[in-house]
Design a protein around this ligand. Structure first.
Ligand code: AHM
Ligand code: MG
Length: 340
């Protein structure tokens, strides 16, 4: 008998990636899907640790300061190693750059097979773990540019503008664990079903609402915000966009962005006196979020223009980040970008 499986009961993230590849890149060999499956596996390993964080001896810092001068949390190191291990097992991965490692990492003997560069923040917002607040993993995938020998010039392979991203996404370890990704064909979300250990399609083709009810910034730094950002926030707060806003700020970019993606509004991390270039990292925090936002109909700015157009000069380069819905972002362009 011939069975018809035209109506699958569930679609897992790995299946979805394969279907997307088949539809949009018929010449694809499956390498890319295999690579993404390495990423999802690593996030499941991390998720299981995050879920048991209070039970295992993993809380608190590992008494080690990373390249950004921050104390590394034990779970940061676990998440970093899970990604390095799972991605390293894929022959197609040539270079990895992570928030937790100063230099780009390369794998031996990948000169021929290694086509991809993966950049990530393994555990974003990790200072929140001790108090049981959502954290996340955020990643971006690039192609090794033509003519670059990764063994001698790994850094150059990493330093590409966000417009070159092939895929980007994040996992938020929240009240449930959700994976959101794009390969440039819409934004799709999956919820981890812990009973079967699979990310199951739950949010197909996410579109950011045109305007939202929330703005999100660390207002404790208000006095350090540039004048134009203060004016923008005053405009929002005083009803200038025709609606009354609420404020939400978690302090985990992935979680703050996830809310902004689903509910609309704006997330703002401006330049401050302490971090004149902003705090967030261009390559593995701002770029993936900007790619997802644009794919969902939103806009992402660095204060003077489109985040994705910036050509980086350093792996851990920081950037201001303002990302959100059309209405809030058009006002940002008028009030802040136009005066930059
Ligand atoms: P991390 O990568 O070391 O976790 O830091 C990044 C986090 C973001 O998740 C969050 O948006 C931001 O730092 C919060 O910073 P602040 O406490 O200055 O508001
Ligand atoms: Mg981070």
């Amino acid at each position: 008998p011939v069975l018809s499986l035209s109506e699958p009961v569930i679609i897992t993230a790995e299946q979805h990636i394969q279907l997307q590849q088949r539809q949009h890149s018929p010449e694809a060999t499956g390498t890319f899907s295999w690579l993404l499956a390495g990423l999802t596996l690593a996030t499941k390993l991390t998720e299981s640790r995050v879920r048991r964080a209070g039970l295992l001896d993993v809380l608190g810092s590992a008494e080690h300061v990373n390249v950004q001068g921050e104390m590394q949390q034990k779970l940061d190191i676990f998440a970093d190693q899970a990604l390095i291990y799972c991605l390293g097992a894929r022959d197609s991965v040539a270079v990895i750059a992570s928030e937790e490692n100063e230099e780009a990492l390369i794998f031996e003997g990948r000169n021929k097979s290694g086509k991809y560069v993966i950049v990530f923040d393994p555990l974003d917002g990790s200072s929140n773990i001790d108090v049981n607040v959502s954290v996340g993993t955020v990643f971006s995938i690039l192609r090794v540019p033509e003519g670059i020998d990764v063994e001698t010039n790994a850094k150059q392979a990493v330093l590409q503008p966000g417009t070159e991203q092939l895929a980007a996404g994040y996992v938020v370890y929240g009240s449930s664990t959700i994976l959101v990704y794009t390969t440039g064909h819409g934004v799709h979300g999956f919820t981890l079903d812990p009973t079967i250990g699979a990310y199951v399609l739950s949010h197909e083709n996410i579109k950011m609402p045109i305007q939202g009810p929330y703005y999100s910034a660390n207002e404790a730094y208000w006095d350090e915000f540039p004048e134009s950002y203060q004016e923008y926030l005053r405009h929002i707060r005083s009803g200038g966009l025709g609606t009354r806003y609420s404020s939400r700020y978690i302090g985990s970019m992935v979680a703050d962005f996830h809310r902004t993606l689903l509910k609309g509004g704006v997330f703002i991390y401006p330049p401050t006196a302490k971090s004149p270039e902003g705090k967030l990292r261009l390559l593995y925090e701002a770029n993936p979020v900007a790619f997802l936002a644009e794919q969902a109909g939103g806009i992402a700015s660095n204060g003077s223009g489109r985040v994705l157009d910036v050509t980086p000069t350093e792996i851990h380069q920081r950037t201001p980040l303002v990302v959100g819905s059309q209405v809030e972002m058009q006002a940002f362009q008028r009030i802040v970008e136009a005066t930059a």
